[in-house]
Ligand binder design. Structure first.
Ligand code: CA
Length: 241
C-alpha cells in the first residue's frame, strides 16, 4: 500500500518512512503542506499521514482542501501532545484519526493499519456492525434487515459512531462532527443518543450503543454482562437513585 507522509521534520519523516518500509509500505514524503496537497491530489494513496504544523500550508488547511475536493483517503493527523483543540479541529476538518507526538512506531503502525482496514469497509459503502448496516451512499440504515427511519441528525450521529466502531467518541467530538458546533455544550448529544437508542437498540437483545461514563459514547458489540451479585454495593452510603 502507498502512504503519503507530509512531515517537515526530517528526523521524524525518516523514522516513519523507514519503519513503514519494513512493513512493505511504499512511502512518499512531502516536506511542506503545499507539496503534500499537490501529491495527494495527483496520486492515489491508501493512507495520508499529515503533520499539523507545516511550512507553506498547515495540516488543517491541507486536510480541509482535500475533503472539499472529495479526496476520501483516510488521514491520520499528527498533533502536539495536549493540543486538544487541534485534535478536535483535525477531526472536524475531516481527519480520520490523530496521533500525539512523540509516538511509538508501533502505535503509528497500528493506526495506519486500522485506517486502511476501515477504508476497505467504507469502500464497500456499507458499514456493518453485527446486524446493523449503514449504507453511507444511500444514507439508509437497517438492523436485522429491518429499515430504520432516522432523522438526518440521527443518521449522522449513527454513521459517526459506526465508522469508529469500538472507539469512544466524546460529546465534544460528536458535537463538533455532527453539529459542526462547539459553542453550545447543551445536552443535545444525549437527547439524540436517546432517540437513536430507541430506534436502533430498544427492540433488539444485543445493544450496540453504549455510554462510557465520563467519556462519551461507543458503538460496539459487547459480551452480554453476567448478572453478577454485588453485595458490597448496599454498604455505600444508603440509597442511590
Ligand atoms: Ca511540523
Amino acid at each position: 500500500m502507498r502512504v503519503l507522509l507530509i512531515e517537515d521534520e526530517a528526523a521524524i519523516a525518516e523514522f516513519v518512512q523507514r519503519g513503514l518500509q519494513e512493513y512493505h509500505y511504499h512511502v512518499t514524503v512531502a516536506a511542506d503542506g503545499e507539496t503534500g496537497l499537490r501529491l495527494a491530489l495527483e496520486e492515489r494513496f491508501g493512507v495520508i499521514i499529515l503533520d499539523l504544523m507545516l511550512p507553506r500550508r498547515d495540516g488543517l488547511s491541507v486536510c480541509r482542501e482535500l475533503r472539499e475536493r472529495r479526496v476520501t483517503t483516510p488521514i491520520l493527523m499528527l498533533t502536539a501532545r495536549d493540543a486538544v483543540r487541534d485534535r478536535v479541529r483535525g477531526l472536524e476538518t475531516g481527519a480520520d484519526d490523530y496521533l500525539c507526538k512523540p509516538f511509538d512506531f508501533s502505535e503509528l503502525l497500528a493506526r495506519v493499519q486500522a485506517l486502511a482496514r476501515r477504508d476497505r469497509i467504507h469502500k464497500g459503502r456499507t458499514i456493518r456492525v453485527a446486524d446493523l448496516e449503514v449504507d453511507t451512499t444511500a444514507r439508509t440504515v437497517t438492523r436485522g434487515g429491518r429499515r430504520m427511519d432516522l432523522t438526518a441528525r440521527e443518521y449522522e450521529l449513527l454513521e459517526a459512531l459506526a465508522a469508529h466502531e469500538g472507539q469512544i467518541l466524546s460529546r465534544e467530538v460528536i458535537q463538533e462532527r455532527v453539529w459542526m458546533d462547539d459553542e453550545s455544550y447543551s445536552n443535545t448529544v444525549d437527547v439524540h443518543i436517546k432517540g437513536l437508542r430507541k430506534k436502533i437498540d430498544a427492540d433488539f437483545p444485543v445493544k450496540l450503543i453504549h455510554t462510557v461514563y465520563g467519556q462519551g459514547y461507543v458503538l460496539e458489540v459487547r459480551d452480554p454482562a453476567p448478572k453478577a451479585e454485588t453485595p458490597q454495593a448496599s454498604t455505600s452510603r444508603g440509597t442511590s437513585r
